[in-house]
Write a protein of this length. Structure first.
Length: 136
């Protein structure tokens, strides 16, 4: 089982040492985060969604004549988080979509979120996740 492979080299290595199957799970589309979307819109910023290219892996498997089975599922989590936790995690979440904020922007965002939600922020995260079972 290889749930953390991200390169073709890693997949090839797993295939080389496997006896029957290799299982790979990866993101199959952009990550979703409701607070990131809201903050990016509030600040009128441009974001770049970070994705893992599952299609690329499938094309390489097909090109190299492997047989495989795939499954793509959509998962969503709903959490209520304290504003302090959200503000601590926000820079990392924004970094994943190539948005960086200065201290003034972070202060504006915190003020906006407190005004809108109070001390508890509803955060919805998720996305599409793919599973690939490669027959060796």
């Amino acid at each position: 089982m290889c749930p953390a492979v991200t390169t073709w080299e890693a997949v090839s290595k797993a295939i080389d040492i496997a006896q029957k199957y290799v299982y790979v799970s990866l993101i199959a589309g952009p990550k979703e985060n409701s607070i990131v979307d809201e903050v990016v819109a509030f600040l009128d910023e441009e974001s770049q969604p970070m994705t893992a290219d599952m299609c690329y892996l499938l094309q390489l498997l097909y090109f190299n004549d492997y047989t495989y089975e795939t499954l793509i599922e959509r998962h969503t989590q709903h959490n209520d988080k304290p504003i302090e936790d959200v503000m601590q995690q926000l820079p990392q979440w924004l970094k994943e979509v190539e948005v960086e904020l200065d201290e003034q922007q972070l202060a504006n965002v915190e003020h906006y979120l407190r005004d809108k939600y109070g001390n508890t922020i509803p955060v919805i995260t998720g996305g599409k996740f793919g599973k690939v079972l490669i027959h060796v």
